[in-house]
Design a protein around this ligand. Structure first.
Ligand code: GCO
Ligand code: MG
Length: 409
């Protein structure tokens, strides 16, 4: 019997104080529903509006089995397309439909995708600190916990440095003159980062895999200089060296340095990642799966990358719901060109709100074998973690240079 979409709605929750958006697709079959990640933490209310005011009326009554056609028809239903708001809305529905398909088939999503190519996905986690010694200590503690891949970031003294405690918090509204809270000077950071790597390598040896995220904060010539300066330290990868606005510069970066490059958490449009993959200008694709439109889109990207020897490193920050992490993981364990998985450890409240989360053991993330994502959402509990108070609903305040000009991103 045909099972149809009855209603599509959003659940807004913040069990780790980070705004998450989860889409629930309810069906005509009693008790059968699917969950999808639609988290765009800087603009969550816009995504909720896109889902509930546009996709819900557009898709009610559709046969839940037709995932690809639902994706294609929703995608063009706005005529203008491929931005983060609409892609996240699409992703919420798309992942929920994969969840439903898995539940109907009695299979986990990784089985629907062809079955396991590995038991679990090695992950990298973050070690950051105020100075080199603190970063080293934290990395050492993570290694003792079984992690073999660690991203290291150190604070530029007196500046707001990405990936460290000093980074401007979303709730800190700094609109006045530059201050230690919001200042960032790219050249100071670009001089510091190689010294951090020299220190950490000499302390921790060669076996641990080290990663680093520039977070698009450097003008292109400085990004090239940093990529060259980091070469002696054998990085697993250097992440997001340039912003999406400067993709034409990748060719020069590639010619100048052999550091493995990972790129793409900000990508939303196929014409951003396609040239980089086709020309083998990057080594790892790290799009945020909900920002490119969901699992249907990401699995095509993974397949495309396989033929160009580009490996995956799906974006896995705290602003990904456990459903989004499960989608990352379903691909990780079912494709051949998996590279590494970024992971942010779930806090207890998240584990309680989302029963069935994948588990972490021996530096790897292990999927469960329950049908669909194998993850549920306790709506009553989720309601106990509303979005925290915030002057502009999660949007980021500006980071500025000494002269007051705005730094990307
Ligand atoms: C990462 C990312 C995140 C992003 C965040 C934006 O590599 O994990 O850079 O820290 O900044 O996901 O909302
Ligand atoms: Mg990043």
């Amino acid at each position: 019997m045909t099972v149809r979409i009855e209603k599509i709605r959003c659940i807004a929750t913040a069990p780790a104080d980070i705004r998450l958006v989860v889409v629930k697709v309810e069906t005509t079959e009693p008790g059968l529903y699917g969950l999808g990640c639609a988290t765009f933490t800087q603009r969550p209310l816009a995504v909720i509006e896109a889902v509930e005011s546009y996709l819900d009326p557009f898709l009610r009554g559709r046969d839940v089995s037709e995932i690809e056609d639902i994706f294609q028809s929703s995608y063009v239903s706005s005529y203008w397309r491929q931005g983060p708001v609409l892609n996240n809305a699409l992703s919420g529905v798309d992942m929920a439909l994969w969840d439903i398909k898995g539940k109907r088939a009695g299979m986990p999503v990784h089985d629907l995708l062809g079955g396991k190519t590995r038991m679990a996905a090695p992950v990298y986690v973050h070690a950051s600190g105020r100075d080199f010694a603190e970063v080293t200590d934290r990395a050492r503690a993570l290694m003792a916990d079984g992690f073999r891949h660690v991203r290291i970031q150190s604070e530029v003294p007196g500046q707001s440095t990405y990936g460290t405690e000093s980074d401007l918090k979303p709730h800190e509204q700094v609109n006045g003159p530059v201050s230690p809270q919001n200042i960032f000077e790219p050249a100071d950071y670009a001089r510091l980062a190689p010294r951090l790597f020299e220190h950490v390598r000499s302390e921790l040896g060669d076996e641990v895999e080290l990663l680093h995220d520039i977070h698009e904060r450097l003008p292109a010539p400085l990004a090239i200089q940093l990529a060259k300066d980091l070469e002696p330290y054998r990085l697993f990868f250097l992440e997001d060296p340039l912003p999406p606005e400067e993709l034409t510069y990748f060719r020069r970066l590639r010619e100048a340095s052999h550091v493995p490059l990972a790129m793409g958490e900000l990508f939303t449009n196929v014409n951003e990642y396609l040239p980089l993959i086709r020309e083998q200008l990057i080594d790892f694709i790290r799009v945020h799966i909900s920002d490119v439109g969901g699992l249907s889109m990401a699995r095509k990207i993974a397949a495309l990358c396989e033929f160009f020897s580009v490996r995956t490193a799906w974006h896995g920050p705290g602003d990904t719901s456990p459903i989004g992490h499960a989608a990352n993981l379903a691909l990780d364990v079912s494709i051949s060109n998996f590279g590494i998985q970024e992971f942010t450890v779930f806090n207890q409240a998240t584990l309680d709100v989302f029963p069935g989360c994948p588990t972490l053991r021996d530096g790897m993330l292990w999927p469960n074998d329950a049908p669909g994502w194998g993850i549920d959402l306790d709506e009553e509990l989720a309601a106990k973690f509303p979005y925290p108070e915030h002057p502009f609903n999660g949007a980021w305040p500006a980071i500025r240079r000494r002269d007051g000009s705005c730094v990307r991103p």
